[in-house]
Design a protein around this ligand. Structure first.
Ligand SMILES: [Zn+2]
Length: 262
């Protein structure tokens, strides 16, 4: 009866084992390595060696606004971070896009390294080009692409003009909602637009939390001490603070506090 390979490995010298068809650990490692392209039923293709891909010309995405974001183009892609423009600067740090990007994707039982050009990646990040809805265009939030680092003054000016146009549109929209009393339609993008344009508008602060006054049923701000006269019904929410700030004090202690005005 033939002896098992385990027995051979345990009892023979390495040469004897090799002749008997048993491989050593280093040899096994070698076989695994040479076959490791085949994993879980997928045949993986190897990337071209690092250093063999061109790295120029790069493209640069900048933001002229307070909008920055980490953009995820999907599985297989690296994350791209477009950095917000710091306050007082013209534009932020660039997001650098190399000229060629490979990403690995599964096709039936083979993974492919699909090629994408720098300009294609830029279009995907800015959400422009074929198949993209115009309203997604990230140039409206102040992003732009440049061939150079730093960008040309002309590119910065064009991007800023576009962003100001969009902020103006949002400011007008916010004003329309406010005048129609549709305050819930006003969101952070409207407020940021007003702030960027330096416009002080009624609606530029987030909505204050409201509650119903138990005294009269009117909506009042959360945290008020009392529903002050003459607009309010006089309901006291916080007796202690009310006594301290509003209740008439004896004449010898302190002068009567000023009546709160709305
Ligand atoms: Zn009230």
């Amino acid at each position: 009866m033939a002896i098992s390979k385990n027995e051979i490995a345990a009892t023979m010298t390495r040469d004897q084992a090799a002749r008997a068809g048993v491989i050593s650990a280093p040899q096994a490692q070698e076989v695994i390595t040479s076959n490791s392209k085949r994993l879980f039923g997928f045949t993986r293709k190897m990337l071209p060696p690092a250093g063999s891909l061109p790295t120029e010309p790069k493209l640069y995405i900048y933001s002229v606004s307070e909008y920055g974001d980490i953009v995820n183009l999907g599985p297989g892609f690296p994350l791209y971070e477009v950095k917000a423009c710091p306050e007082g600067e013209e534009y932020g740090e660039p997001c650098v896009i190399p000229p060629i990007i490979f990403f690995e994707e599964a096709k039936v039982d083979v993974t492919e390294h699909t090629f994408h050009s720098g300009p294609q990646i830029v279009e995907a990040i800015l959400k422009i080009g074929p198949g993209m809805n115009a309203s997604w265009d990230r140039r409206k939030v102040g992003w732009f692409v440049s061939n150079t680092n730093p960008p040309s003054a002309e590119d910065v000016r064009r991007a800023t003009t576009l962003y100001i146009q969009e902020c103006t549109r949002l400011l007008q929209e916010g004003n329309r909602y406010a005048s129609a009393n549709q305050l819930l339609e006003i969101n952070e993008t409207h407020r940021r637009a007003a702030k960027y344009l330096g416009q002080k508008v009624e609606w530029s602060k987030p909505l204050q939390q409201m509650r119903e006054c138990p005294g009269c049923g009117e909506n009042v701000r959360v945290g008020i001490i009392w529903h002050a006269f003459p607009m309010g019904c006089g309901y006291i929410f916080d007796r202690e603070s009310y006594e301290e700030h509003f209740a008439p004090a004896p004449a010898h202690q302190k002068p009567a506090p000023p009546q709160p005005t709305k």
